[in-house]
Design a binder for this molecule. Structure first.
Ligand SMILES: NC(=O)c1ccc[n+]([C@@H]2O[C@H](COP(=O)([O-])OP(=O)(O)OC[C@H]3O[C@@H](n4cnc5c(N)ncnc54)[C@H](OP(=O)(O)O)[C@@H]3O)[C@@H](O)[C@H]2O)c1
Length: 243
């Protein structure tokens, strides 16, 4: 039976993704900072879907622990989904060096560090799938969100390069650009209902992308076109907009 590792599993998107894979017969490894939150989630998955579920303590900003974390997994996952993300108010973030570094480390440097380790293992096995959740915020910097957005831009470029590097090793890499999703991260934002996906939509889209070996997915189809328009606006106009 195949196993999927969800890194950042306390998130609504992580839990929805774990349930979708479990419903399709995968054993589940839930990794995150708070194993006390993950344990009841894991029991629920194990009972509901009759699969093996284990929890694993992991903090993406504790770089020195990454190697040991992966080597301590008794069963190596065949699919790894990196869901970790951190987004705070941009004005607050730019005034705080600590918040700026946390944003960069949580969305870019940390995911790159752990995925370098896992992808090297997959390359050695000539097998495996990596899914990274990035963001449309990385496709063009805006004044309201450019620290988070630039970290996600780096992560999107990393995933693209990784996919290219690992193609010959038969390792597949999926980039997920979800658009707006109704989760804890966006609970304080007034998101337009029609443009907003549910965590279950993201879980379903990730499962289908892994199965069909898709490269980059937008959860709701129209985000591809919205972003095409946004990136096409000439810079001399874009820079004057309050976005
Ligand atoms: N919601 C949206 O509209 C939206 C849109 C585009 C992209 N995304 C991306 O989707 C992913 C999931 O986000 P979400 O919306 O489900 O929000 P969320 O509930 O806030 O999820 C963020 C996850 O990242 C984990 N995390 C943060 N810092 C971590 C660290 N240092 N080490 C380990 N885990 C850490 C959180 O764990 P804790 O529970 O320990 O804090 C949580 O599990 C993120 O990558 C986010 O950037 C979301």
């Amino acid at each position: 039976m195949s196993t999927v590792l969800i890194i950042g599993a306390t998130s609504d998107i992580g839990f929805a993704t774990a349930k979708k894979f479990a419903a399709n017969g995968f054993n589940i490894q839930l990794a995150g900072r708070e194993t006390s939150i993950l344990e009841p989630m894991c029991s629920d998955i194990a009972i509901r879907y009759n699969v093996i579920c284990t929890t694993h303590k992991f903090d993406v900003t504790l770089f020195d622990t990454h190697e040991q974390f992966f080597h301590s997994l008794a069963t190596k996952p065949t699919v790894t989904v990196c869901v970790v993300g951190y987004m705070k108010d941009n004005e607050m973030v730019i005034k705080s060096q600590a918040e700026t570094l946390t944003t960069i480390n949580s969305n870019y440097a940390g995911p790159v560090s752990i995925l370098n380790i896992i992808s090297a293992y997959y390359a050695s096995q000539q097998n495996g799938t990596i899914v990274g959740i990035s963001s449309v915020a990385g496709l063009r910097g805006r004044q309201s969100n450019y620290i988070y957005g630039s970290a996600k831009a780096g992560f999107t470029a990393y995933l693209s390069g990784l996919r290219n590097k690992l193609f010959e090793s038969k390792v597949h890499v999926v980039t997920v650009l979800p658009g707006f999703v109704n989760t804890k991260m966006t609970a304080d934002l007034n998101l337009p209902k029609l443009l907003t996906a549910q965590p279950e939509d993201v879980g379903n889209a990730i499962f289908n992308a892994v199965k069909k070996k898709k490269n980059t997915i937008y959860v709701k189809w129209f985000w591809r076109w919205i972003m095409l328009i946004i990136v096409s606006v000439p810079e001399f106009i874009f820079k004057k907009k309050k976005l």
